[in-house]
Design a binder for this molecule. Structure first.
Ligand code: PEP
Ligand code: MG
Length: 754
């Protein structure tokens, strides 16, 4: 045979004629096996199709005719069943030597030794198998296998169009089977809805090319565009989320410029496929090859190549939008490898019920945004994009660390009753709405909420919280396509204060950079080795003075006639506070000069999230009214562990002596000064962690609104003096497992921790 392309093209032309001709499905299949057999010079060619859950011999040239529609093999049964189950190609010189070989006497196949079979794939599942056999024990060449794979691809279209497989099979072999996948809880909650992919899978409509040269050109320009996109990403610091992006980019680049990949796609086009079909065929083939390699590193690379291959498919087919741009039509659960916070905010909050990520970590900003939106998130669910398809019904239970795809009716019932239980619990917490968070021995704990979106503020009264302890102003910047103008900011801040009424709101000045990149910001660094330690938060705001000036004026004007609470993020050295305050002072002077009304009082505070600040707290304390301990960043800096790196997500427990001792020392250092000390990191919203914080001396927690009820219930069930002596003992001599010990103590004391 000259080349795979020639053989495949010969077959494709033949197939095209068969399909264009009149005749029933069976006669067409019979012709197809003849054409393939002849072109590959093979004594046997057979087609098995998935019907009623088994692979049925539907056409053959070379095996006994009487076996057609009689021989059936289950998934995983015999060579054909193995090919379909594993969606993999087999190429054997001695079929009988393979452990899965199963002899079916009615076929008369005993006289054939060599065997090659290729799955017929639709939506990534095998719906049939096309096989060739030969009397001589010989291995089929790579080119022959490739020709067979191309044929299988075309067959999958033809078979589907001719309705030769049942509907069930059309959707894929595992359509009816339930899959249970597990992951890491990121935002607690339960949700049901249909699966929707952030980047939808492109459906290949046409397989056979009309004009090969035109298809080649389409692929060339798609490659150019994709390379441009990748190079652009490399120039921007804001690509993706987390520290992995550099590595991913390198791999993307490697593949994008890989000659071998584009050559294989071109060869597939030569054989008569459209650009889309060629890309998909090569993708399938790579997937099959990689599956045979048992190496997790390579599997990761595979993932990247798939991503890139999908990108190429989207470019070539013009199906570019994310699911957010296409709009959610029903209650949906979003599936993505990872997401940026801004990408999540693009989704319609009314229909987005949950998020499932293949990566993700507890304190990545996308997780925080989801928490603020009240959307449950399950992270680190391996391989979800291959086990679930668009439109599948999903039951997401983050607290059980699981998601069930395509559930059975009983699972659905169970899920609903659990959901009811949860609602009852919620209702019980709601009853506490107007109660204060006071310990059994009379200590008031202030419970505030973390907010960032306009709607969040309504949670203040719904949850019965004491105020907004952290308003992340950068969310407004993140959801905007351009830098929000001062007037817009001012209106927004005023609305927030109006909505909060008498309750205080602490506005944190923009905390962007790191994993919260603003694409429209000028002077972005080209690339940061460690974005979490990089040009972010107050550092960036002090350098880009215009940004901070506009925000300062907007805040001062919005708070005219009332108290303004301002907090600066990531203060590392005491003079940074002075510089930030000077920007406010200048704006106050400006407004005073124009006889504009000012806030009646301005309270300044700092976030303590960089450990260095704890060492010079004495210099800052006289100038401020409050401190907020941001344990999300503090933890990453204390442990030197990137908060958005999924590999480190489980490594350091918040409930650890290092963190609690640190916080207690900060409280001690504030001594008797009249300073509000709040913990505003995510850990304060978890009952056991919050219990520990209160035991270590924290009296104010700013947490996600959804957690107010459960934390209030916890506070009201604890005796503070007993808790304090317990924590003191445990911090003086930390047990091996602080979490287990504290949990045991809480149970024995009847403290409500969940
Ligand atoms: C923190 O770091 O703990 C914090 C509350 O701020 P953010 O999560 O927005 O960085
Ligand atoms: Mg922070």
């Amino acid at each position: 045979m000259e080349s795979a392309a020639v053989a495949a093209r010969e077959i494709l032309t033949g197939l095209h004629d068969v399909m264009a001709a009149r005749g029933n499905a069976q006669s067409k299949l019979d012709r197809v096996v003849d054409i393939i057999g002849e072109a590959l010079n093979s004594e046997v060619c057979s087609i098995y199709l998935l019907r009623d859950g088994a692979l049925e011999l539907c056409a053959t040239r070379g095996l006994n005719e009487s076996a057609v529609h009689v021989t059936r093999l289950g998934l995983g049964e015999g060579l054909v069943g193995t090919i379909a189950q594993n969606v993999e190609t087999l190429n054997l010189d001695e079929a009988a030597a393979h452990p899965a070989f199963l002899y079916k006497p009615e076929t008369g196949e005993e006289s054939f030794h060599s065997f090659a079979g290729v799955p017929i794939v639709r939506s990534e599942n095998a719906v049939g198998v096309v096989s060739v056999q030969h009397a001589d024990p010989r291995r089929y060449d790579d080119v022959e296998i490739e020709a067979l794979q191309t044929v299988a691809m075309v067959l999958s279209e033809l078979i589907a169009n001719a309705e030769m497989i049942d509907d069930l099979a059309l959707g894929g072999a595992f359509d009816e089977s339930t899959a249970i996948l597990s992951g890491q809880p990121l935002v607690s909650g339960m949700a049901s809805g249909q699966a929707i992919f952030h980047q939808p899978h492109v459906r290949v409509e046409h397989v056979m090319a009309q004009d090969i040269e035109a298809e080649r050109q389409r692929v060339y320009s798609a490659f150019d565009k994709m390379r441009e996109q990748i190079d652009d990403m490399a120039r921007q610091a804001d690509f993706g989320v987390g520290t992995e992006h550099e590595e991913i980019l390198e791999t993307y680049k490697m593949f994008a410029y890989d000659e071998g990949w584009s050559r294989r796609i071109n060869a597939a086009i030569d054989s008569g496929l459209t650009a889309e079909a060629a890309i998909e065929r090569v993708q399938q083939r790579t997937r099959m090859r990689m599956r045979q390699i048992d190496d997790p590193l390579l599997a990761d690379r595979m993932h990247d190549l798939e991503d890139l291959s999908n990108r190429l498919l989207r470019i070539v087919s013009g199906q570019m939008g994310t699911a957010a741009q296409l709009g959610l039509k029903k209650d949906s659960i979003l599936i993505a490898r990872n997401l940026g916070p801004a990408e999540l905010l693009e989704y319609d909050k009314r229909r987005l019920r949950g998020v499932i990520l293949e990566e993700g970590s507890l304190t990545a900003h996308v997780t925080i945004v989801a928490r603020a939106m009240g959307i449950p998130v399950l992270g680190r669910v391996a391989d979800i994009r291959h086990r679930v398809r668009d439109g599948d019904i999903l039951l997401l239970n983050v607290d059980e660390k699981s998601v069930i795809a395509r559930p059975q009716p009983t699972a659905l019932e169970l899920f609903e009753s659990e959901l009811e239980d949860r609602l009852r619990k919620k209702a019980r917490f709601a009853e506490l709405r107007d109660e204060e968070a006071i310990t059994r021995d009379g200590q008031k704990i202030e419970l505030l909420i973390n907010a960032g979106l306009r709607d969040d503020v309504s949670a203040l009264s719904l949850a019965g919280a004491d105020g907004v302890g952290l308003f992340r102003t950068e969310f407004q910047f993140l959801i905007s396509a351009t830098l929000p103008q001062r007037e817009r900011q001012q209106r927004f801040y005023r609305e927030i204060m109006d909505a909060a009424g008498e309750k205080p709101v602490i506005f944190r000045t923009v905390d962007v950079g790191g994993d919260k990149a603003l694409p429209y910001l000028k002077n972005q660094p080209l690339r940061e080795e460690n974005p979490a330690l990089g040009w972010r938060a107050l550092r960036l705001a002090l350098d880009q003075e215009g940004l901070m000036k506009a925000q300062a004026r907007a805040l001062l004007e919005a708070a005219a006639g009332r108290t303004l609470n301002v907090m600066f993020p990531m203060v590392s050295q005491h003079w940074e506070f002075d510089q930030a305050k000077a920007i406010f002072d200048a704006q106050i002077a400006y407004l005073t000069g124009r006889k504009r009304q000012l806030p009646t009082r301005i309270r300044y505070g700092v976030m303590l999230e960089v450990p260095a600040l704890a060492e010079t707290l004495d210099l800052v304390l006289p100038k401020i009214d409050f401190i907020s301990i941001g344990t999300n960043d503090l933890t990453q800096f204390l442990f030197a562990a990137d908060r958005s790196d999924p590999r480190l997500a489980d490594r350091y427990d918040w409930l650890s002596p290092e963190i609690y001792r640190f916080i207690r020392r900060v409280i001690d250092n504030c001594g008797t000064q009249d300073i509000d000390i709040t913990v505003c990191g995510e850990m304060g919203g978890r009952a056991l962690e919050a219990l520990g914080l209160i035991g270590a001396g924290v009296r104010r927690l700013s947490i996600t609104p959804a957690a107010i009820g459960s934390i209030k219930a916890m506070v009201r069930s604890v005796d503070l003096s007993r808790l304090q002596s317990q924590m003191e003992a445990m911090l003086a001599k930390p047990p091996a497992d602080l979490r287990a010990e504290l949990s045991q103590w809480a149970n024995a004391e009847g403290v409500e921790t969940g």
